[in-house]
Design a protein around this ligand. Sequence first.
Ligand code: ADP
Length: 623
Amino acid sequence: MSPHQTKLLSRVGLFLGFVTLIAGASLFAFRFSLAMGLAELQVTGRHRLDLYATSLEREIDKYAYFSTTLGLERDVLQMLAAPHPTRTAQVNQYLEQLNERAGTLSIYVLDSKGKVLATSNWRRPDSFLGEDLSFRPYFRQAMETGSGRIFGIGTTRGEPGYYLASSLTNGQGTVGVAVVKVGLQQLEKSWVTAEAPVLVADENGVVILASVRDWKFTTLTPLDEATRRAFDRTQQYNRRALNPLGVVEMTALEHGARLVSLPKLGPEMVSMFPVAGKFLAQTQPLPGSPWSITVFSLQEQVRGMAANRAAVAGVGAAFLCILTLMLNERRRHLKDRLAAREALQQAHDELERKVVERTADLSAANTRLQVEVAERTRAERTLRAAQDELVQAGKLAVIGQLSSGIAHELNQPLAALRTLSGNARKFLARGDQQTADSNLNRIADLVDRMGRLTGQLKSFARKSSGRPQVVPLRRAVDNALFLLEQRLRRAGVVACIDLSDEELQAWCDANRLEQVLVNLAGNALDAMEGQPAQALDITARRQGERILIQVRDRGPGLSAQARTHLFEPFFTTKEAGSGLGLGLTISAGIVADFGGSLSGDNHPEGGAIFTLDIPAAPGGPTT
Ligand code: ADP
């Protein structure tokens, strides 16, 4: 699995975890809050139940009192003991007044057989005066137990009400039954301030009293056919439809409380409070009767509250998740930053280590370089010394080549000196002072000339430093030619010197320049040896900061081979003993030392021409 997929998977996992947490927190809060709310609702419901039951009891007791007190009425007892129309009329009137005062539906007295002896409604055409009501359960109950309480619907007028019956007794026993029929509205008066739907069901589960009008004469549980037929027989509910209320019990709680749902019975139902939906139903028996009272407390508020709390818990959990996420993100961010810092530190350390290494390398390289430079300097110094030695050797070789000519040059004046000095002595002995004097003058000239030659030789042979300085060009050319004078004379060559400016000054070493010139002129003489027309031209001219010196001869010129290998050491075409092949190599080296160049070519008109390109002395005349 790729890191990207792993990351995605962990994200999805985290998201699912958060969703579960939020859902769990909400559910827990809902359940907890609902349980708490229902517990509170139970307490409130119980209080309501007590309150409504007590007020109903009080109301019923108030009317029940009438039937019992009738047993104390003398007229009533006398009428029962001996029925007489006058007495009956009296009792009828009494009951009529009482009924009016009490606001009840009817009050009547039955004899022990169940026949109506007197009644409050004696005036009305539908009065049940004289009717046999022994089949009515309240009569039987009163006869048997002393009192009877029953809900019923009147057989004559079909008016529902509560029959509160009390047996009437005299000294001989039960003589009759007094009955008060109370209207529904009268009993329900006690519930005008009820805050929740409340109902009273009789022993058959039929709703006989309810704060909701439409609930009346419904049943809490569906009736079977046998029960229905029994009701028809007693006409207790006067053949009312007795449809089920439709209470659906969902959960049974402790203390007999139930969570129920009530259906919407119809759009016409108008009530102070909701009568359909989810309720908490609480039931308790009504004391002194087989009836039970039930209060319905609406769960809506509790559920709403629980939903609100669940939402708050959900939001809280979500907030907690976001906070966790943020903290986690921050922690990761910090971790990343720490890692980045560590990486940076590592990189820095690495860099520093490399810098140290490189510095060490560099210093080692530097040391090596210094050593190399020192070695090279030493080598260069050695090379220079070797070069100097080579130059010197070359010069000595030139001197060697010149030596026979020089020896000849010295021998001639020496011989002349011997002759002249001998003659001078003779002339002095003869007293020819004048001729002797002239001879002595010639001797002096010859000695001067010899001295110049040896002086020149000595100066040429000297080991020069090679350090550049101002060199008058004319003198250098003259000195070189002076050394070659003997050879020139022998070859019958007159050197033709053409310096565009007699004052030309080069920036070089005079001694070495003379050496180069002697070399070039010597080569020229060598090349021209045996040639019919010999000539040696030495020209010089200034070109900007440079001086170009050319040495041209009328020899055979440079062969193709010579032109290729001219400046290579030991290249020579001369016979063994005549040349070493080092002259031009050394000369080129000397000129390069001056910062110049030496090149050789053939002149278009024949002969070889060598060109020296050397720096002019600074500040000199320019052309
Ligand atoms: P070397 O004179 O000892 O031979 P150089 O280096 O002076 O050595 O000369 C090398 C060769 O160059 C000579 O042997 C010769 O063949 C050729 N050369 C030098 N100068 C001339 C010249 N002026 N004319 C013809 N050939 C020349």
